[in-house]
Ligand binder design. Structure first.
Ligand code: NAD
Ligand code: IPM
Ligand code: MN
Length: 356
């Protein structure tokens, strides 16, 4: 049986709670199916590590990660450290440098989840593709005359032809692989006249290689309206790092809760291991209460299994998770009364029922 080595980086806040939950169900699944082996290696990066060492990740972090088939990540961010220090210290120190340029965020309503608004969002099934290596996240910018009245700060968005083209191809391929074959390219090329115009141009040229994909473009502000008002008109969406960061939280909320939204940071060239994580953060308000929704991390783990070659196991895991949600094992963010471990136990019991 194939065997996989996975880096586990639980991080801060509810990160350790949801990563532990996911490891429990994946280990149970591997044991029950017996078709593959999987080993998780704990990596202690995060705020406690930072307070001890002055760094969020080790100096050889990228090489450490390269030894694994994939990674699972929880969240980073603590109330007593500025968020830009923690995020640039850990998560953003991995995504860009490992060139995990495609951030894939599927969104769908499933049993037990429902849109909090009274719009017809039943049956949302979207695939959000986020450029994950450039734009406002390129790390360029600075401050001058700090503290003076004439202080100035820049946040430079960098868009490259190579960077846009690779994510655009990835998005068209993703749209092509889905039944509806619809792609919406999101930009802001009315007010942003350089990078966003380059996005539009590259979309039009890449589209020529995908004649079977129906595509349109939309300004990001209008896209928020469409997501709420005409959700059924949407299938796959591609956009910049910042735009899709925002749209993916909106999408998660429309589909029921940020607590179920998964995310894959992929290196489609497979040179580097990909990193799988829930969309949500460390959620200080519920840390330690044992009520974090583990479904986003279950789903992220399922996406990881699919990526490393265990598609059947991934599908079985999601079927078990859906059954458990349908049976009413829901955490408070979904209006339920279960706690994290209750959902874990229910999923494990469901896995036990699998006939192999
Ligand atoms: P958040 O996602 O941590 O929390 C937003 C709200 O959603 C909170 O009310 C929280 O309780 C709820 N929530 C989030 N995940 C949940 C889950 N699994 N189950 C139930 N409820 C859940 O966003 P925030 O409050 O803006 O950020 C908190 C910290 O996390 C900050 O330091 C931020 O920078 C960081 N953050 C990290 C990541 C990451 O590591 N990937 C992502 C987003 C935010
Ligand atoms: C996400 C998060 C991160 C992002 C933050 C925490 C750096 O919000 O993964 O969506 O902006 O990419
Ligand atoms: Mn986000």
């Amino acid at each position: 049986a194939p065997s996989y080595n996975i880096a586990s980086i639980p991080g801060d806040g509810i990160g350790p709670e949801v990563v532990s939950a996911a490891i429990q169900v994946v280990e149970k699944l591997a044991k029950t199916l017996g078709t593959f082996q999987i080993e998780f290696t704990h990596i202690p990066w995060g705020t406690a590590y930072y307070k001890e060492t002055g760094r969020y990740i080790s100096e050889d972090a990228l090489d450490t990660l390269r030894k694994f088939d994939a990674g699972i990540f929880g969240a980073v961010g603590a109330p007593d450290v500025p968020d830009h220090i923690s995020l640039w210290g850990l998560l953003l120190a991995i995504r860009g440098p490992l060139q995990l340029y495609a951030n894939v965020r599927p969104v769908r309503t499933f049993p037990g989840t429902k849109c909090p608004l009274n719009t017809a969002t039943e049956g949302i099934d979207w695939m959000l593709v986020r450029e994950n290596s450039e734009g406002e996240y390129a790390g360029q910018g600075g401050r001058s005359h700090i503290g003076q009245q004439w202080e100035a700060a820049t946040e430079v968005a960098i868009f490259t032809r190579v960077g846009i083209e690779r994510i655009m191809r990835f998005a068209f391929q993703t749209a092509q692989s889905r039944p509806r074959k619809l792609l919406t390219v999101v930009t802001k090329s009315n007010s942003m006249r350089n990078g966003m115009v380059l996005w539009d141009e590259i979309a039009a040229s890449v589209a020529k290689d995908f004649p079977d994909v129906t595509w349109d473009k939309m300004l990001v502000d209008a896209m928020t309206v469409r997501m709420v008002a005409k959700p059924q008109s949407i299938d796959t969406i591609v956009g910049t790092n910042l735009h899709m960061d925002i749209l993916s939280d909106l999408a998660a909320a429309l589909a029921g809760s940020i607590g179920v939204a998964p995310s894959s940071n992929l290196d489609p060239t497979r040179k580097n291991p990909s990193l799988f994580e829930p969309v949500h953060g460390s959620a200080f308000d519920i840390t330690g209460k044992g009520i974090a929704n583990p479904v986003a991390t279950f789903w992220s783990a399922a996406e990881m299994l699919k990526w490393i070659g265990e598609k059947d196991a991934a599908e079985r895991l999601m079927a078990c998770v859906e059954n458990v949600c349908a049976a009413g094992f829901l955490t408070p963010d979904l209006g339920g009364t279960s706690n994290t471990q209750g959902v874990v136990d229910a999923v494990c019991a469901e896995i036990e029922k699998i006939k192999v």
